[in-house]
Design a protein. Structure first.
Ligand SMILES: [Zn+2]
Length: 504
């Protein structure tokens, strides 16, 4: 057994060596210029761009710079005559003030009460208990069947019938306000019962949130959670008509804003592969300045420059774009710099929902993103052994003297924390190429989402090698005879089969 394994290992390594020897050293990536890449780093991660927070001035400047570069390289605009794809966003926050009175019991917003959504309101009326406040046409379950809640304030248990876990509670959060409004209620509050401290729940759901603006209405009546004493349900149900009560809310805060993705398209050289686009992505946004950054800052240095996260990846994206323009690949390439990653992968999610080239013609997403690096002898692959492109990445890395670190820090779930997952969820084989990390080490945390993540702390020689290995890997993938695909049993395989109409 051991010998067979060793034999296989020798086969594999001689194969990669042979493969590496075939690589054409006149490809543009073999003559990348360190000073030029460092120059881009000093611009994209400069204080002037103020941490490139989504929607901010610095974010817009970075995006326009990327668009200008794609234009200069000869890429066709991705969106009609524009390199920009608008991404509509919505910032929401819980009402700043609110109160609920039930008989002689009073609850105040951000005290024992968390009104999460709904318009400004001030109502008086009975307070009634409606069990879970859940309606399910399929199972014919209807908690509003036997009670009249018209014009009343409804109190319910948290979660849904049969599921009071976190998942059940969050399902309720999404749907209960609508059900209560349809039954005629004027407000609905769930009694908090999850096993986490009320304070952290309140902090999590009550804080400002950014999301895609889907154009859908928020709750039409005030909705939220209330932290009550054990005998509350008893008191509420003792009187058939409910208790007297009132509530008031200053209304959910909604601010609409917009940002944009930046993209260009380059044709390939093989007419037979013209409908097999490879989309190469990097996020160009970061977190901003001061309090926005979420980490420590001082008056002297309050800018979260995001040199590693993700000027590093953005520069590798542009470097590959330029190299492909000079020496095109067999397959066509889409270069897409996405916004809103730090707000929850919003830009990539928007593109995946609103693709400018049909997703079924997009055969692979190669994303470049990193939390930082602590091992410059390697590069990391997040999503190794899942799409069959590993030999190309191995060959590209070794061509520049780098080893491949497969899926470091598995406990961090990195695959699902970067933009590749927006594509994977739709079925497009996708993964992330990242700088070398051995794990979430002290060296990594020294810079990760810190004001210290600035150009002065970047190893520019490594930046160049990273760009080279990334570009060559992307090229080898785009030039493959066969397209990459999810391996059997991968959790995104089914989505892929559906997207591409693969028959089993
Ligand atoms: Zn980040």
């Amino acid at each position: 057994m051991k010998n067979t394994a060793l034999f296989l290992l020798l086969m594999v390594s001689s194969f990669t060596t042979a493969f590496a020897q075939e690589i054409d050293k006149t490809l543009p990536e073999f003559s990348f210029n360190e000073l030029e890449l460092a120059g881009q780093m000093h611009f994209l991660a400069s204080d002037f761009l103020e941490g490139r927070r989504t929607g901010s001035r610095g974010n817009v400047i970075a995006g326009q710079y990327i668009a200008a570069q794609l234009r200069a390289f000869g890429y066709a605009p991705i969106n009609g005559d524009s390199y920009l794809q608008p991404v509509p966003l919505m910032k929401t926050a819980a009402p700043s003030t609110g109160k609920l009175m039930v008989d002689d019991m009073g609850f105040t917003q951000m005290g024992d009460l968390l009104i999460m959504r709904g318009p400004e309101a001030s109502v008086e009326g009975s307070v009634v208990f409606a069990n879970y406040g859940w309606v399910d046409a399929e199972t014919e379950h209807n908690d509003y069947e036997d009670i009249n809640v018209r014009g009343k304030i409804v109190i319910t248990r948290a979660g849904i019938p049969g599921d009071v876990s976190q998942a059940g509670v969050f399902k309720g959060v999404r749907e209960k306000a609508k059900m209560a409004a349809e039954a005629g209620a004027v407000a609905i509050f769930e009694m908090y019962s999850l096993p986490f401290p009320w304070g952290s729940f309140k902090g999590y759901l009550g804080s400002e949130r950014m999301g895609l603006d889907s154009g859908s209405e928020s709750a039409t009546i005030p909705y939220g959670f209330v932290k009550v004493q054990d005998d509350f349900v008893g008191r509420l149900t003792k009187k058939k008509k409910g208790l007297k009560g009132s509530m008031a809310s200053s209304g959910m805060l909604i601010e609409r804003m917009s940002s944009f993705n930046v993209g260009g398209v380059l044709e390939g050289t093989d007419p037979e592969l013209k409908d097999e686009y490879m989309i190469v992505t990097a996020h160009f946004d970061h977190v901003g300045v001061g309090k926005q950054g979420g980490g420590a800052f001082t008056e002297q240095d309050s800018i979260f420059n995001g040199a590693r996260d993700n000027a590093f990846g953005t520069i590798s994206l542009l470097a590959s774009a330029r190299a492909f323009a000079e020496r095109p690949t067999r397959r066509p390439v889409i270069i897409l710099a996405v916004t809103g990653e730090e707000m929850g992968l919003l830009g990539s999610q928007w593109y995946a929902e609103n693709p400018l080239i049909p997703l079924e013609k997009t055969i692979f997403n190669f994303n470049t993103d990193g939390a930082g690096y602590d091992d410059i002898t390697g590069i990391s692959l997040i999503g190794a052994n899942r799409t069959g492109i590993d030999p190309q990445v191995e060959a590209a890395a070794s061509a520049f003297g780098k080893k491949v670190i497969n899926d470091p820090a598995p406990e961090q779930g990195l695959f699902d924390r970067s933009d590749n997952v927006s594509f994977a969820a739709k079925g497009v084989p996708a993964l992330s190429f990242s700088p070398g990390i051995t794990g979430f080490s002290d060296e990594l945390f020294k810079y990760y989402h810190q004001v210290t993540d600035n150009p002065e702390t970047i190893n520019m020689a490594y930046l160049k090698e990273y760009c080279q290995a990334f570009t060559l890997a992307a090229r080898l993938i785009a030039n493959r005879d066969t397209r990459p695909y999810w391996v059997d049993g991968d959790k995104y395989r089914e989505a892929g089969d559906k997207l591409y109409g693969v028959k089993k």
